[in-house]
Design a binder for this molecule. Structure first.
Ligand SMILES: [Zn+2]
Length: 489
């Protein structure tokens, strides 16, 4: 995943939430009791057997982290073989598809029991991991070693941990003989960290095996643990999409000793100055509206009033000012433009005929890229400056609504395990493959059953990636309760 951890977003609510949790044990109890009105499926599993599942999860997590699926080159066939060995032993139907030499997708399914079946739920994970440099790690990145109460290894946060939880859930559903009213599909794909070939191949060639699914759970979401308490559970319901642009200014070349006011670099700088000053229109998507309303109770009175009705607050320039000074909320309400790369002459004494810049543009779900491009051209307003997309391969951003059985299941199960922590629908500024599944009619969420401290979360794609043993022991159980709530009879 290409996740942007939103540390700043959390800081504004941290203190308030903590106060609620500390000051009001009653609140937690009340919440837990309300949600407990429908018992958890895992409560029916005897403690000794639950303990065995936790032991298995730790053992398999260690083994899985030892499978080197660094991408490039990926070698996901190794991970697929690891999964298949376990699935075969458990008697769970599965198939491996070699999509190119050494690279594979793995699909497994637990069938529904009842005649009147609902549409399937998919547990999606990617098997590849990003590169790592052992020289910078305290514990070798493919050791799967347990040190200081954590299991260490590349992929421990992104996303072998979630893939492992999904695998254990399949095993638990099978062993516990849970009666399913919809198929539960386990899909492990190759190459998410690079081009997304694994998912693209599967959708293009084996779409029938997705069984017209209704729901999908993938990586994403962020459940922050702070001072030993879960601060919030966030579910990624949508993503923004990238629309990278190249700005090129043209002008008369010459010698640096003879300045030319209309040179390409000068024109570029003036154009970029206008781009930087440009404020893209603000809009409140329904899901962002819901996110802000959920946050309101943990905000200062003024911010709470704004957050309760963001559409109305847009008319208040103090709100807009506050919004724009907070990068963690600003991006939720608008398309964003970041200047990231610049180039001109190769030599200091040469005025070049061209100067260029790259803009990292991120577009909200549902927005039209052509309109974004036209608006930027108008802002630049210079016939000697061109603006063009860097790629023709644009995917319109999308999101899934929160009024679904799966979202309710996540909300209810979270209230059991993490009482008092709000469940927040979130639009991530990063990217996940959910974007590719939503157009198939699948409600897709980024959701993790694990908690992570800010420090642990930051090891994703960084050094010393690890997950606490305690999380690996509990996470599969949390996910099992979510899945049985949505797929169990
Ligand atoms: Zn990932």
């Amino acid at each position: 995943m290409h996740r942007n951890r939103s540390t700043q977003r959390t800081s504004t609510v941290a203190i308030a939430i903590l106060m609620v949790i500390l000051a009001c044990t009653f609140c937690s109890l009340t919440l837990a009791q309300t949600a407990a009105s429908k018992a958890l499926a895992s409560d029916r599993i005897p403690a000794a057997r639950m303990n065995q599942y936790s032991d298995l999860a730790v053992q398999w997590m260690q083994e899985y982290l030892r499978v080197d699926t660094t991408n490039p080159p990926g070698n996901e066939m190794r991970a697929a073989a690891f999964f298949k060995r376990i699935l075969d032993a458990e008697g769970i139907e599965s198939r491996i598809f070699e999509i190119s030499p050494g690279r594979a997708d793995l699909w497994a399914r637990l069938p529904h029991a009842s005649a009147a079946a609902k549409r399937p739920v998919i547990l999606l994970n990617h098997m590849d991991v990003v590169t790592s440099d052992a020289a910078h790690w305290k514990v070798p990145p493919f050791s799967g070693a347990i040190v200081d109460g954590a299991i260490w290894g590349r992929g421990a946060q992104d996303m072998k941990d979630e893939g492992l939880a999904q695998l254990v859930v399949m095993v638990m559903l099978k062993r516990e003989k849970i009666t399913l009213d919809r198929d539960v599909i386990f899909l492990a794909v190759a190459d998410e960290e690079a081009s997304g070939n694994g998912t693209d191949w599967f959708i293009a060639n084996q779409r029938d095996l997705l069984g017209n699914a209704e729901f999908l759970i993938n990586e994403g979401g962020e459940n922050v643990l702070e001072n030993g308490k879960p601060k919030f559970i966030s579910v990624d319901v949508g993503e923004k999409t990238t629309y990278w642009l190249k700005v090129t200014a043209h002008g008369r070349p010459g010698h640096g000793s003879r300045p030319n006011p209309d040179s390409a670099p000068n024109r570029l700088v003036r154009a970029l100055d206008r781009v930087i000053a440009y404020r893209t229109p603000l809009k409140v998507l329904p899901v962002v509206d819901e996110f802000l309303r959920e946050m309101a109770p943990y905000e200062t009175p003024q911010r709470a009033a704004w957050f309760r009705d963001a559409n109305k607050a847009l008319a208040d320039k103090d709100f807009v000012k506050a919004l724009e000074s907070d990068p963690s909320t600003n991006y939720l309400l608008r398309n964003t433009v970041s200047l990231t790369m610049l180039g001109g002459s190769e030599q200091t004494n040469v005025i070049p005929p061209e100067a260029w810049a790259n803009l990292d543009v991120r577009i909200l779900p549902g927005e039209n890229p052509k309109e974004v491009l036209e608006a930027l051209k108008q802002v630049i307003n210079d016939p000697n400056v061109t603006v063009e997309p860097q790629s023709s391969d644009f995917r319109i951003a999308n999101y899934s609504p929160t009024g679904t059985a799966l979202y309710s299941a996540i909300r209810e199960v979270s209230a059991h395990y993490f009482p008092g922590a709000p469940v927040l629908p979130h639009i991530t500024s990063g990217y996940t493959e959910n974007q590719r599944y939503r157009p198939l009619g699948i409600q897709s969420y980024g959701y993790s059953p694990y908690l992570a401290t800010e420090e642990e979360g930051a090891t994703e794609h960084g050094n010393d990636e690890r997950i606490r043993v305690e999380e690996v022991r509990r996470g599969p159980r949390v996910l099992f309760d979510v899945v049985t709530r949505v797929a169990g009879e």
